[in-house]
Design a protein around this ligand. Sequence first.
Ligand SMILES: CC(C)(COP(=O)(O)OP(=O)(O)OC[C@H]1O[C@@H](n2cnc3c(N)ncnc32)[C@H](O)[C@@H]1OP(=O)(O)O)[C@@H](O)C(=O)NCCC(=O)NCCS
Length: 150
Amino acid sequence: MSTPSIAPLDRSETTFRFLAEPTSVNFGGKVHGGALMKWIDETAYACAAVLVGALLRTVSVGNIRFRRPILVGNLVELRARVVATGRTSMHIHVSVHAGDPKGGELLQTTDCLVVMVAVNENGHPVPVPAFVPETEEQKRRSVSSNTRWT
Ligand SMILES: CC(C)(COP(=O)(O)OP(=O)(O)OC[C@H]1O[C@@H](n2cnc3c(N)ncnc32)[C@H](O)[C@@H]1OP(=O)(O)O)[C@@H](O)C(=O)NCCC(=O)NCCS
């Protein structure tokens, strides 16, 4: 029996998908903003780490807006995509969707731009490989690294 083929992995994109657990919610049953920001940071880090062979530091998280709450038990999907690189920085757009895991569409709750800087063991910035958009989708989402969403 032949092995089914798998679509090639887009190394500039990372998706985390999980259920919101009671440990992440406040007394009203909604996910803490701080918990969501941690997930955003972790997803952006994983996305950048695939492309950068160095440690990374979060230098900024721009334009974060909580559009609608995430409820305990919701399916949460964080999608991080590289949109630009500078000399030492990697700019990652993170989009968060959530909804009922039993069906229905996942609605966007948040999106933001995370900037990560590659550093050496002394904490000094080091160059990152340039992100060159190749596919139409990558070209559409790429922005100048001079864009500041803050
Ligand atoms: C990240 C850090 C090493 C950068 O050091 P620095 O001396 O400020 O470095 P630089 O001024 O050379 O800037 C480095 C890059 O960050 C970018 N940068 C700096 N401030 C920025 C901001 N507010 N928004 C977006 N990018 C920014 C610069 O444009 C530069 O990018 P480039 O090389 O691609 O052009 C340092 O600021 C640091 O350690 N900060 C604390 C990080 C931290 O603790 N994060 C939370 C936990 S991971």
